[in-house]
Design a binder for this molecule. Structure first.
Ligand code: HEM
Length: 455
């Protein structure tokens, strides 16, 4: 196997050698990277394809380039072969100089998609969490709502991301079976079976695919047979159209490691979940303001059901080998999920921040996005409690409690995984790491409900 060009990283003023693995799958390279050709690895295929594309469109349309048939696949082949941080400087320079879309955010979907995607491919020195995970692209697809509504589109995207993860892990198992790979693949199958709970809108958009996922575990036979069958089910995901396309475009890992692909997908799926949670919490607030407690309770029950499925995603994450994550961590400094806009939106839409305690002082180390105007759910609930009879508001209180319990369980689980994988090392977002997460896991989403007189 060829070693990637990137062999060291700098920390504390010293150059440390990265110890690259010698195999594929869990704790090794991605299959794509291990089987890449020289022209994919050296980016010559991608450079040629972009030149051809540019020439064609400059002839057609002067200086403004058409985005609809950009050679994404050639560029992705290179990035997935060597990792974003080791991408060819000539290619990165060429991508950065492309004059794609004078229309900017007002352009067509193809143009907006390309502009945002190019940002992620050229963020080696100024990237953040969002350019790393491609969340801007996912949000843009959801706003475009090709599956009817933004909410349903986000659910279909969740399905597409999960299907791609299933394909990656089943292919890795079929290529090089090992105990660790088998554990990973089974964890992903277990998560895929929860699709109806994680992303209920996907079930109405792709009922056959979701049904196929839900019976994956009933397959008998060996792991090979199981893997083949799962890969076939993943192949059916091509029907998910723009969601599957976008899942493909946002696989831009910084390293050529197999485990980073799982990490990136896990992050992207969680981002969809945070987004749906924030939307429902905001809609529940509006419903309460409109004196419609049953609607508020139903929206919150939907969130609680989704959150209750997250242990399956965390189970996949626990298969991350600490020694491999040590490499990924070195190359994702400054790209921590502590910057997640969707996660912050959930907390900001739920209750005003509690200030003045030692705990919050520690928590405030992380950068926060500006809160949206209007009341939080907790404020709307307290107001509604003053003007509606107790029997009308009790259901909402119970639903809020369920959401809170599940949200705190998610944060405790994330803390536990972090402790297992990086121990007491600081986070890539500049916090103290597990200690910071432990502090955050102790803060309820709706502190007013946790007060003794509210229980
Ligand atoms: C190997 C697995 C992971 C480890 C070791 C890890 C570690 C950490 C650490 C140390 C922090 C503290 C902030 C900082 O970076 O300084 C953090 C924050 C965070 N992580 Fe992770 N993480 C992992 C996976 C994930 C995944 C898959 C997601 C899904 C999006 C995620 C979402 C978050 C969020 C939202 C925060 C901010 C939490 C808050 O401010 O309360 N993490 N993570």
């Amino acid at each position: 196997m060829r070693r990637p060009p990137l062999d060291g990283y700098q920390e504390d003023g010293l150059i440390h050698e990265t110890v690259w693995p010698e195999h594929t799958g869990v704790a090794g390279f991605s299959l794509h990277s291990a089987s890449a050709t020289y022209s994919q690895r050296l980016a010559t295929a991608a450079l040629d394809a972009i030149d051809t594309w540019s020439r064609r469109h400059q002839a057609d349309a002067g200086t403004s380039l058409n985005a609809s048939d950009f050679p994404f696949a050639d560029v992705l082949d290179h990035y997935q072969a060597v990792g974003r941080i080791a991408a060819s400087a000539s290619l990165v320079g060429k991508l950065a100089r492309l004059n794609v879309c004078p229309a900017g955010e007002d352009g067509t979907w193809a143009q907006r998609r390309l502009v945002r995607w190019l940002r992620s491919t050229t963020d080696q020195f100024d990237g953040d969490y969002h350019t790393y995970a491609g969340t801007g692209l996912h949000e843009a697809l959801s706003d475009d709502a090709p599956f009817g509504t933004p909410e349903r589109t986000t659910d279909v995207l969740t399905l597409a991301l999960l299907m791609d993860l299933l394909r990656t892990e089943t292919e890795a198992l079929a290529d090089a079976p090992s105990g660790r790979q088998s554990k990973r693949t089974h964890a992903v199958i277990h998560a895929a079976r929860r699709i109806g709970q994680l992303a209920p809108g996907a079930v109405s958009a792709a009922p056959e695919l979701c049904r196929a996922l839900e019976v994956l575990h009933r397959r008998s036979g060996g792991e090979r047979e199981m893997a083949d069958w799962a890969a076939k089910a993943a192949g059916g995901a091509a029907r998910l159209g723009p969601a599957m396309d976008l899942a493909g475009l946002t696989m831009l890992p910084v390293t050529p490691l197999h485990d980073e692909q799982m990490f990136l997908r896990n992050i992207q799926i969680f981002e969809c979940l945070y987004l749906q949670t924030a939307r429902n919490v905001e809609s529940a607030t509006a419903a309460l303001e409109d004196r419609d407690p049953p609607r508020a309770a139903a929206l919150l029950a939907d969130v609680a059901r989704r959150l209750a499925a997250t242990p399956a995603l965390h189970r996949v994450l626990t298969t991350m080998p600490p020694e491999t994550f040590a490499i990924i961590r070195k190359h994702t400094a400054g790209r921590s999920a502590v910057q997640s806009r969707a996660f912050q939106r959930v907390e900001q839409a739920s209750a005003p921040p509690e200030r003045g305690t030692d705990l919050t002082a520690r928590v405030e180390q992380a950068p926060r996005a500006a809160a949206a105007p209007g009341p939080t759910l907790q404020e709307a609930f307290l107001r509604a409690r003053g003007r509606l009879p107790a029997w009308r508001i009790g259901e909402v209180r119970e639903a809020m409690k369920d959401v809170d319990d599940n949200w705190c369980a998610l944060k405790r689980s994330h803390w536990g995984i972090t402790l297992k994988i990086i121990g007491s090392l600081p986070g890539t977002g500049g916090t103290s790491g597990a200690e910071y997460l432990y502090g955050k896991s102790q803060i309820p989403l709706f502190p007013a409900l946790a007060a003794p007189d509210q229980r």
